[in-house]
Design a protein around this ligand. Structure first.
Ligand code: A3P
Length: 344
């Protein structure tokens, strides 16, 4: 049995089942007090958003989790971190990364592949939503190399040990117009669960443009990782969702190379790359039983795994945003990204 299977949670399990975790309510209370003192606002969320001292917003619980992760996470150079804004393709890149890195222990076509049993968010877990939660400090030292984690925090707020350890960061960005539409649909599911009125897409876009969205401002987030990528391309890989859609296989090859697990000629001939692309495709993943009937505990709410799969399309914003709102977002993009060399 692989080490993954021994240490992984069943899909319905509470995070406590994942690894042994010490409790440290004092540390959580310390950061909760700090977060309570920060400016707060309504925003694109089911909860009040608080402004981190680096300028981005998050609801209280994941913000405290991010601060605890910053204080406690001990990185290893072999760690690989998925970093994204919500709704940028996190689920997809987690799947591709997991399937690629673990392809030897878990052949891609195995019927009991961990992605099939646990889903992408059970295989690669968020620091602030799944690991550093509920007053607990996870004992991540017991996990075998390479450890895979995920986070939504901006580059400036990554647990400091990540940057100093030199571990790998895989970032994915997505057209902000598609990101905000996707985010609005997702947040409305959380709002529905909490008995709150849904947000209109236009209201959501207004908040998004004002930076009142989880882990945003969008443009600062993408620029933070883009500049880190330019400064240190061997540590930060930068993908765009739209380009992944155009040529997923090539992105899988680049991902494998970047994380130090390149495909050999034999694997290419055996079609391993294409098999990974198929395993992680929207159509395949959205049809899996773990997606259709599983749930993920994200500390801010338990969500149905199917919520992570909506359309998986490029340009769906044209069906939801008014031309004026689209122009407003494009204008901010042009202004903010000017001279950066980045286009989204
Ligand atoms: P849409 O709401 O536009 O359909 P995240 O994983 O960061 O939460 O992002 C979710 C978005 O990625 C959703 O976008 C979802 O449909 C899409 N998505 C999820 N899995 C995908 C996959 N395997 N391939 C392509 N897109 C995927």
């Amino acid at each position: 049995m692989s080490s993954f299977v021994q240490t992984s949670p069943p899909v319905h399990a509470e995070p406590e089942a994942y690894t042994e975790r010490q409790t440290n309510p004092e540390l959580y209370q310390h950061f909760a007090n700090l977060v309570s003192s920060l400016p707060s606002s309504k925003g694109l969320s089911n909860n009040q958003l608080h402004r981190h001292d680096q300028g981005w917003y998050s609801s209280q619980v994941p913000l405290v989790g991010a601060m605890v992760a910053d204080a406690c996470f001990a990185a290893r150079p072999s760690d690989i971190i998925v970093a994204t804004l919500p709704k940028s393709g996190t689920t997809w890149i987690k799947s591709l990364l997991y399937a690629t890195v673990h392809r030897r222990e878990h052949p891609v076509d195995a019927i009991d592949h961990p992605l099939t049993s646990f889903g992408p968010h059970g295989c690669v877990r968020f620091f602030e939503y799944q690991q550093y939660t509920r007053n607990k400090i996870p004992d991540l030292d017991k996990l075998p190399d390479p450890r895979l984690f995920a986070t939504h925090v901006p580059f400036v707020s990554l647990p400091r040990a990540i940057v100093t350890s030199g571990c790998k960061i895989v970032y994915v960005c997505r057209d902000p117009k598609d990101t905000v539409v996707s985010l609005c649909y997702f947040i409305n599911k959380l709002r529905f669960n909490d008995g709150l009125e849904p947000l209109s897409v236009e209201a959501a876009a207004e908040m998004f443009c004002d930076g009142l969205s989880p882990f945003g401002t969008y443009w600062d987030h993408v620029l933070g990782y883009w500049r880190a990528h330019l400064a240190c391309p061997q540590q930060v890989l930068f993908f765009r969702y739209e380009e992944m859609q155009k040529d997923a296989a090539n992105h899988v090859r680049r991902l494998a190379e970047f994380v130090g697990h390149p495909f050999g000629d034999g694997e290419e001939e055996d079609g391993v790359v294409d098999a990974i692309v198929r395993l992680c495709s929207f159509d395949h993943m959205s049809g899996m039983e773990v997606t259709k009937s599983g749930r993920t505990d994200l500390v801010v709410g338990t969500v149905e795994n199917s919520s992570f799969f909506r359309r998986g399309a490029v340009g769906d914003w044209t069906n939801h945003l008014s031309p004026e709102t689209a122009r407003r977002i494009d204008a901010i993009t042009t202004r903010k990204l000017k001279g950066s060399g980045l286009s989204v």
